[in-house]
Ligand binder design. Sequence first.
Ligand SMILES: NC(=O)c1ccc[n+]([C@@H]2O[C@H](COP(=O)([O-])OP(=O)(O)OC[C@H]3O[C@@H](n4cnc5c(N)ncnc54)[C@H](O)[C@@H]3O)[C@@H](O)[C@H]2O)c1
Length: 320
Amino acid sequence: MKIRILSAADVNAALSMRDAIQVMRTAFGQFSAGKAVVPLRSGLHTEKGVTLLMPAYLQESRDLAIKIVSVYGKNPEIGLPTVTAIVTVLDPDTGMPVAFMDGQSLTALRTGAAGGLAADLLSRKDARRVVLFGAGVQGRSQLRAAMTVRPVEKVFVVDHNQGRAKDLAGEIRTWPRAPEVTVPSSIRDAVHAADIVLAATTSTTPIFDGNDLEPGAHVTGVGAFTPDMQEIDENTVRRARVIVDSREACLAEAGDIIKSRAHIDAELGDIVNGQSPGRQNQEEITFFKSVGLAAQDAAAASAVLAGAEIKGLGTVAEMA
Ligand SMILES: NC(=O)c1ccc[n+]([C@@H]2O[C@H](COP(=O)([O-])OP(=O)(O)OC[C@H]3O[C@@H](n4cnc5c(N)ncnc54)[C@H](O)[C@@H]3O)[C@@H](O)[C@H]2O)c1
């Protein structure tokens, strides 16, 4: 049995953001059409943390994978990340493992790509100004994805850790086709100016006032993953057409949706499948809420493996 082992660098080299967004299109489409087998994730608790098992199978594209995510809060004390993850890809015909890959880079890629798909379906075609909240791993990926689908010219980076915001601003300036970047002194003015607002923070309370959004703005929120956490406020939810990755998951887990008693208009996959419209006019405010689906991991992992095979990336180990 041969297994391809892919590092974070291999994952990033195997699949471009543009291709990852296309992969998310088919993943969300299948998910909302009931063509994804996604058992409830199981959690294995120990004295020091929890390990989550997230399996999924997409019936049309035949992507089969399991993500194993550990959240161990004391890891930073010994110089290790709190969250670590690995994804195993299985052959859908035999069930045999065919690849192991870094799960953190895959998660960032697929979460960014979901935001990119939402921006493509929901933001104005001429969206040029972006406010990014959260200068972390997911924030970077959200911004790269938005820049892939829209002609972004101006970016405001907001983080309650000013140093991180400044560091990311400096980093973005080195990207190819870099937009103009500033760390704004007024969040209100930045939100006011934004065509797209990206929220990728660990905040437990709302990070901006939705009354400051201009008509036509699009908001994506990927933080706030428990019922008690809230990143996007009630004003945004009240003014926006609300789209989610999964109705069931968001109603169970997303404080942004639960606390505001949001009316969910559609799943992203319903728009992909033509069951619900994308952006309807220039004035509509839209809000896409993501908690993250195992179906995204399976689809992205298969596509990464296919890209890695073509490009000869990673190490192939003979297991037996
Ligand atoms: N939806 C998904 O599929 C998905 C997938 C992975 C991670 N996430 C979530 O995305 C969020 C970000 O993850 P990450 O890995 O980038 O974390 P990170 O720690 O790398 O970055 C988060 C950033 O948010 C900043 N922040 C916290 N509160 C803030 C506030 N009120 N205003 C501005 N900035 C603030 C922090 O200073 C930090 O720089 C987490 O909540 C994580 O659980 C979602």
